[in-house]
Design a protein around this ligand. Structure first.
Ligand SMILES: [Zn+2]
Length: 469
């Protein structure tokens, strides 16, 4: 499937020195629920498997490039995947160890995704022949989120609009128009760029109070995130409001029941929703912490968890709560769940907290998988686990000019280096599972010599709106 985008034809001349190594698990389509039974001589009457997912759970590790996954694998198990080594022009993917992370099990199909903003592109040949190529003009989370939410490329800083500032429909709105439910969940402020892209339209991602107002007045069924005006970075109450993300007046309207949302903020209330005690079809959950659940808490981290964690709800619990709310709609739902502070750790070049954030995101993925198997099925639900871009140019210690691998052992921060304090234009990993996976894999029709098949970040939304729904 191809939607009005530049076709890349891999040039033999340009890539002849680049090892064509397929990573284990790359683009291995899982088809058990597609090819399944049937056959001419089958006597069973199993109905044909659905071609379109009823529910879409789009999980985004903000800034979570391949090496962020690798570093967490190294820390957890001493083994890794997805790493590369070699001189520019002769880079190869290294074979991985046996250990896998939650979303790398055999049930998942792994591809890659390009993330570039409007006006840029991704050239595989250049990406692996010039160490600095991926630093050029990389996307931000506003442009990437908009691309993933709407199927339309835009310019950095823009939420839910095309480069000419015309509003474009997102898959939350599309789902609601189809009679489905929709929601956004994040470990960073509820109106940060990634959740905003599934909920708002604004030429400026930093117009936070207006974006927040649009979200509070929206038709979404679930909005959950940080950004509480009356709590600090350590999840302690403060008397004077910090209105960076939410105005006191907005908080009061939510808390006093003056909006259509049922409002929750206590950890126990999120837990009750996660336990299935749902009494409304529309919830706003504001976590009792300032900017993000854990990343900005006090203390310098040398190793993961070496400073006390905030006593605040975690992303896994928020995710389960959101799914229980959305699943009340018999027509299905669309939800975006973001591990938002992987990106923040990448900007800070803080490997200990990067690992913490990837682990918290993985825990949310694991919870989502369990939820699907207990409350839905892979026949009716599609889960996508990906990133909006890579942050920090995380890699092995001596990557300039040659790429090298991170090394390490279980329980140890890997031997690594950061080559940027910003985003990069690298391909990011994408793992898919459930009905609809085949369509995504089929759309991943461009080939990177190291990462294998890749899709562009606008394509899942396009398939959602043009084919499935
Ligand atoms: Zn960022």
């Amino acid at each position: 499937m191809s939607f009005n985008r530049r076709r890349f034809v891999l040039s033999c001349a340009a890539t002849s020195s680049i090892a064509l190594v397929a990573l284990s698990g790359t683009a291995t389509a899982q088809s058990s629920f597609v090819s399944g039974s049937s056959g001419l001589f089958s006597s069973d009457s199993t109905p044909a498997a659905p071609e379109a997912p009823k529910n879409i759970i789009y999980m985004i590790g903000d800034g979570m490039g391949f090496n962020h996954v690798s570093a967490t694998n190294l820390y957890e198990t001493g083994q890794t995947r997805y790493q590369v080594a070699g001189e520019p022009g002769a880079v190869e993917a290294l074979p991985g160890g046996e250990a896998v992370q939650v979303y790398e099990q055999s049930e998942w199909t792994q591809i890659a995704a390009s993330s570039y903003q409007d006006g840029n592109s991704y050239d595989p040949a250049r990406a692996w022949s010039d160490h600095n190529y991926v630093n050029e003009n990389a996307t931000d989370s506003a442009a990437a989120g908009t691309a993933m939410a709407t199927g339309v490329k835009t310019t950095n800083g823009i939420i839910g609009m095309d480069p000419a500032l015309q509003p474009v429909q997102n898959t939350s709105e599309y789902a609601i128009a189809q009679g489905k439910a929709a929601g956004v969940v994040s470990s960073v402020p509820f109106n940060h760029a990634t959740p905003s892209a599934w909920a708002a339209h604004n030429s400026n991602r930093n117009d936070l109070h207006a974006i927040g107002e649009e979200m509070i007045n929206s038709d979404l069924n679930v909005i959950m995130g940080a950004g509480h005006p009356f709590y600090d970075q350590d999840a302690k109450p403060v008397a004077t409001a910090d209105e960076d993300y939410m105005l006191t007046s907005q908080y009061e309207r939510l808390a006093n029941g003056e909006t259509e949302f049922t409002f929750v903020e206590d950890e126990a209330d999120f837990q009750a929703l996660a336990d299935g005690n749902v009494s409304s079809d529309k919830y706003f959950g504001l976590t009792q912490v300032a900017d993000t659940l854990q990343h900005d808490r006090s203390g310098e981290s040398v190793t993961p968890y070496d400073t006390p964690q905030n006593d605040v709800v975690d992303l896994a619990t928020m995710s389960e709560a959101a799914l229980n709310i959305l699943n009340q709609d018999e027509d299905g739902f669309q939800v975006m769940i973001e591990g938002g502070a992987i990106d923040w750790a990448g900007h800070a070049n803080d490997e200990a907290r990067d690992i913490e954030e990837v682990q918290a995101f993985n825990a949310a993925v694991e919870t989502v998988v369990e939820w699907v198997e207990e409350n839905s099925s892979w026949e009716e639900t599609l889960v996508i686990v990906t990133a909006d871009h890579e942050t920090g140019y995380l890699a092995g210690p001596t990557d300039d000019p040659a790429w090298s691998a991170m090394t390490g052992a279980a329980g140890v921060v890997p031997n690594h280096n950061w080559f940027s304090g910003n985003h990069t234009n690298q391909l990011v990993p994408m793992f898919v599972r459930g009905t609809g996976s085949e369509d995504i894999v089929a759309a991943a029709d461009e080939i990177d010599p190291v990462r294998g098949k890749y899709i562009d970040n606008v394509e899942v939304a396009q398939i959602t709106m043009n084919k499935w729904w």
